[in-house]
Design a protein. Sequence first.
Length: 308
Amino acid sequence: MVTMLLIDAALVGLALVVILRARVAWRQPRARIAWLAALLGVIALLTQGTVIPLATLDSPLGGTNVLKLVQNVLTMVALWLGIQAGTAPASARIRTLRWGFPLTLAALFAVVFFVAMPERGPSSFLFLETAAHTSTGAWAYGILHMSGIALVGVLLFRSARTSLPVARRLFRVGAAGIVLGCLSEVVDLTLTRFFVPNAVVSALFDPLFYLGVVSFVIGIFVASRTTAGIRRRGEDLLARAERLARERAASVPVGPAMAGDLDTRLHTLRVAIEDDAIASSTPLRGEERALLDAIDTHLTRPTSGDRA
C-alpha cells in the first residue's frame, strides 16, 4: 500500500511538471530536455500498474512481462535526461545530446533480458523478484538493470553540484535514495537466488527508490520557482535600465548584443549607462548607481543547471 502511494505521489508530481512546464518547454528549446525527462518518467511510472492494470499494458507486448524491460529503459533514459538538463550547455537541444551512453545501456538491457529470460510467465508486478528464486538469468538481468540505474543515479548526484543550494540538496537526496534503493535490490536479489531472502532487505527498495524520485520531483519545483524568480527580477531590472538609458539619452549599441538573451541585453545597457555618465561628465545619482549595483549583483549570481 505504501509503495503504491509513493508511486502515485511521484506520478502526480511528474505529471504536474509536464503540464505546468509545457509552455516554457515550447518557448525554450533547452527546457525541453527536462520536460521530456519528466514525460518519460510519467510513462515509466504508469507501467507500474497503479493506474492502468499491468496485464492491460503488457498484453500488446505479448503478456510476458516485456513491460518490465520497457519500464527499466524508460526509467534509465528519464534519469539520464535529468542529468543533461542540469549539465548540458545553454545551446543544447534534445537532438544534439550525446545519446551513445543511454542507447548502449538500453541495448544491453534488452539483449540480456531476452537471452537470460526466454520464459517469463504472465504479467506480474514482482515477476523479477519471484523469478530470481529459481532463475539465475532473472538474477543476472536484475543485477545488470539495478547496477545501470545506480550508475546513472551516481552521475545524477554529481550533476546536482550545478544547481542552486536548496534544489541541490533535494536533487542529491533524491539521487542518493535512487542509488541506495538499487543497491538494496542487488543485495535482495542475490540473497533470494543464492542464500536466504531477508524480509527487511526486501522491503528497502520501494521506500528508498520512490522517496528518492519524490525528492527529485520536489527539487524540480523548487528549481523552477527559483529560476522563475531570477528571470522576473532580470526582466524588472532590464525595464528599469531601458528607462534610465532613455532618460540619459545614452548611446546603446544595436545589433546582436541587444538581440541576445536577457543577461546579455542587461549587461549591454549597464555598460552604455556607465559609459554615458563618464563621457558626459554627469555622475550617476544615488538611485541610478543603486540600479547598476543591482544589475551587477544579478549578473554575477551563481549560475545553475535548469532542470525544470
